[in-house]
Write a protein that binds this ligand. Sequence first.
Ligand code: PHE
Ligand code: ZN
Length: 885
Amino acid sequence: MTREGTSTLIRREDYLAPAFWIRKVELCFDLDPLKTIVTSKMQVERNAAVAHGPLKLHGEEINVLRVLINGESVSFRTEDDTLVIDNAPDADFALEIRNTCCPEKNTALSGLYTSGGSFFTQCEAEGFRRITYFLDRPDVMAVYTVLMRADKTKYPVLLSNGNLVEQGELDNNRHFAKWHDPFPKPSYLFALVAGDLVAREQRVRTRGGKDHLLQVFVRRGDLEKTEHAMNSLIASMVWDEARFKLPLDLERFMVVGVSDFNMGAMENKGLNIFNTSALLASPATSTDADFSRIESIVAHEYFHNWTGNRVTCRDWFQLSLKEGLTVFRDQEFSMDMAAAPSARAVCRIQDVRQLRAMQFPEDSGAMAHPVRPDSYVEINNFYTATVYEKGAEVVRMYQTLVGRAGFEKGMTLYFERHDGQAVTCDDFAQAMADANPGSELTKRLDAFKRWYSTPGTPRVTARGSYDAISRTYTLTLSQQNNGAAPQVIPVAMGLIGHGGQVLPLELQGEAEYHGNERVLVLDQAEQSFTFLNVFVEPVPSLLRGFSAPVLLDDGLSDADLLTLLTHDTDAFNRWEAGQRLALNRILAAVRSGTPLQLDAAYVDAMRSVLNHPQLDAAFKELALTLPGEAYIAEQLDVVDPQAIHAAVEAAQLQLAQALRADWVAAFEANGTIAGGYQPDPVSVGKRSLANLALAMLVLDTQAADAAVWQGRAYQRFKDAGNMTDRLGALAALVNGGAGLADSALERFHALFKADPLVVDKWFALQGRAPEREGRTFAKVKALLKHPDFTLKNPNRARSLIFSLCMFNPAAFHRADAAGYVFWADQVLALDAINPQVAGRLARAMDRWTTLTEPYRPAALEAIRRVAAKPDLSPDVREIVERALA
Ligand code: PHE
Ligand code: ZN
């Protein structure tokens, strides 16, 4: 592969409307793995608003055979990745291009490729140009008709977007199908699939009385694993109609699974394509976490049909317009599905944990960028936690500022104005503001929009003072983000007395009384709020439900945090108080360089949570799980990953030891669930707490009954009735360094070797196992040579390599730099196969500048070695150059 001159910086401020529009496309595919012939007939129009100029089409790794304008051949030239026609007519014209591509050799999995003997496409963001020459940009929207011709035996199923209009037989054992999608769409939403697939089908009638056919296509053996996805799809349809009045607009909605896929899934119009890991589920092979991930990804792709497809992005800088909004929608859906208030809080806690683990480090690292980036080299590098998860937090803040009903009004106006258009984040903001005149949002819309343009996580400081004589409480909030202008930060809050009293909130200078929970809007560098008639000294419960994506320093004492942990009416902040207690202890140990020693107050608090008669098992599991190492690292200016890991391990072991009897009780109470497997919130919570308890019981190898619990874990692993229990028991053995771990791992592999998604779990568990004298690292290196390992399948590459480099800091950051050497080798090897996946792995070094000696110089050397490679993909080049900048 040769790569030349591809690293140009693209800037948001340089946006220009296209010089031409393509209104209609007729595509014809003669499908062949080695040489597919594509004929594209386009109806082209000059954009009158743009000055006269040549027609330039994007194309990559394709061979053009001929170009005709209005049926006549025309002269053209190809420059790098563009096809230029200098003499395009002024009047509307028909453009026909014929070209070939090679799906079999397409290991990048972008464009048209083969997987398991079938054909699939992936066009977002810029994959369509790898299929045929086109104006491959999201503001060029066309109506597509697609004719596919292929061998009937190998490819009995032929699918594309929209409705099937015709199909039939051809000579030479070939057949054809013709599809028409009535909705104009950008090229990134085009898709086709051809292969030997089978479908689960379901007919549904929506509220408006329209009938639809839902289909989930998979390989023959996988049909039984599609029930959960189908149920999730139906639930998503019902929810979107009920909550946002958004119906399905197609007669047929298809979902297809593929084993080789770069991301989770893709929202192609009417033909969603899914990584099998985000689609297939069965109790025997999938964990509770898989079931919930599948539900939310199926929903996410379905919701894109409105937020992404009907209203799409003008340019890729607006990516969060569809992604932030759609993540917000899938989060809301999952919460509504969880139903019970406590289960909703569990969803929220999990989302925030994910944000803190992935987005916070991103926002302070080499790849920090605003939710709406200002520039990029390779757009694939900007499908990030910031665009997705922080983008979703920004959408959530609109809802917090205008209320749920106001948000729904804003959505309605957004679709009234922009249905069928390619628009910007500004358009969304304007619709929200215009639909809610006089709201807290509309009053300060320009300031609020800084969330789109300011990188970094704002730090909010809160200090309160109570005056017992006047019975007033003054809360002073301030914010700081590397000198950037203040953001509009909604701070949902309440006041709690040390005895657990919920105190009324009467804000000085305000006529209305707001009850005992309200949102303060912090939009200055510093602001004070005085509450009247506060009859006891309060503990402030701030940022309830994590009402803004900020780092909060509320200066609360242990006593205050214990009050919140016990009494806060906001479940999120109860959890947060427990996390803060743990974080303070871990940070103190790391900062002082002394071994961590948990105190009785903390241990007792955790014991009360664990034994609490009213709290849900799911909440207990979250509260007793220590903060993640990446989030801990974010609190420090200089990071020693080994010190953080040692402190977390010590805390874990001490909790295991001090609460042993309580863990036994928790395991006995939650370890067996009557009846068949159900992924409902109550059962999921019980299984998660039982798994944590078992892990704790196996972890303490010094306990008198250590052997008993190791044996019980092994037995449970062998006899488990579902994957959640089985993997939980296996993880307890592996992570606890139990003697039985190796034989359990062997047995697991033997049982599931035919199921690639389970083999991925087997690799991942070993890649993430706690480091013990270098054995984990050595094991991972050995596993690279395992017959089941391959870099070509992204799921498999992630399961082993990403597990080590991104999710196992103690094994990765080695004093001898071998982890970084491993990283560099794998980035380079992957880059030759799949630049998108290599670019992701390259990001394991995002935070190298904060590392302490000897890690920092060793990391730098490894990054330099990657950067020195002359023919790097633009994907990896952008990441390593930003790391070195
Ligand atoms: N648009 C997809 C989603 O978020 C993600 C994706 C991006 C998939 C690029 C493939 C390639 O649903
Ligand atoms: Zn998406």
